[in-house]
Design a protein around this ligand. Structure first.
Ligand code: AMP
Length: 217
């Protein structure tokens, strides 16, 4: 079975992927995690990807699809996280799966409003002195603006600013809207409300997967 999770940055995609992969014994395939690991090990692939990943740019489709093709084994269950990122990659994935006599079973969007996504993207704060991470929504420092650990100033990093967050969201929307349209047309698309507790979101996605498994059995 092949399940694709889509969602804006901070929609909980990584958290849900991990929870669901362990619950169902699916292989969690996160292209972002793979690139980071390859870069840490300084492999050829890692070196090729590094210049893109470090600049927040998409790695060229040919590199990504070749990497994924090398990982997908016929007959196994996968939760794909971060791939496909655009329609070209979705088409390449369809081709790979067709050769294995498989197909995408469901594409599940973790739906989050723009306002909520922006709130989540801009709520991170860090201590300028020791690097301790805070969150204005879920983990504020005990004394406003002061680090619990070292007393340093707790600040917002440039890449967590509203302007940067808005840019990230625009890039996400530009790429994801056509991808959603593609999968809606193929009839594999579902969405769940991601503005709730992680456990509630897991329960909803689980219902979708349980339904699929019952049909496949
Ligand atoms: P992520 O952890 O999914 O946000 O991915 C981190 C970075 O890895 C991205 O900013 C891209 O540079 C690269 N990356 C991950 N997945 C893909 C993909 N499907 N296509 C192109 N680049 C990707």
């Amino acid at each position: 079975m092949i399940i694709i999770l889509l969602g804006a940055p901070r929609s909980g995609k990584g958290t849900q992927s991990k929870a669901l992969a362990s619950k169902y014994g699916f292989t969690h395939l996160s292209t972002g995690d793979i690139f980071r690991a390859e870069m840490a090990q300084k492999t050829t692939l890692g070196e090729k990807a590094a210049e893109y990943v470090k600049n927040g740019k998409l790695v060229p489709d040919a590199i990504v699809t070749e990497m994924v093709a090398g990982k997908l084994e016929a007959g196994r269950n996968y939760l794909l996280d971060g791939f496909p990122r655009n329609v070209e990659q979705a088409q390449a994935l369809d081709g790979m799966l067709k050769r294995q006599k498989g197909s995408v079973d469901r594409v599940i969007l973790l739906e989050l409003s723009q306002a909520e996504t922006l709130k989540r993207l801009t709520s991170r704060r860090v201590c300028a002195k020791c690097g301790e991470v805070y969150n204005t929504m879920t983990k504020p420092p005990k004394a406003e603006g002061k680090c619990d650990v070292c007393g340093g100033d707790v600040v917002q990093r440039e890449d967590d600013s509203e302007a940067t967050a808005k840019k990230r969201l625009m890039v996400y929307d530009d790429l994801t809207s056509p991808l959603i349209a593609y999968y809606k047309a193929e009839g594999q698309f579902e969405q769940v409300d991601a503005a709730r507790s992680p456990a509630d979101v897991t329960a909803d996605v689980s219902r979708i997967i349980d339904g699929l498994m019952a049909v496949k059995r």
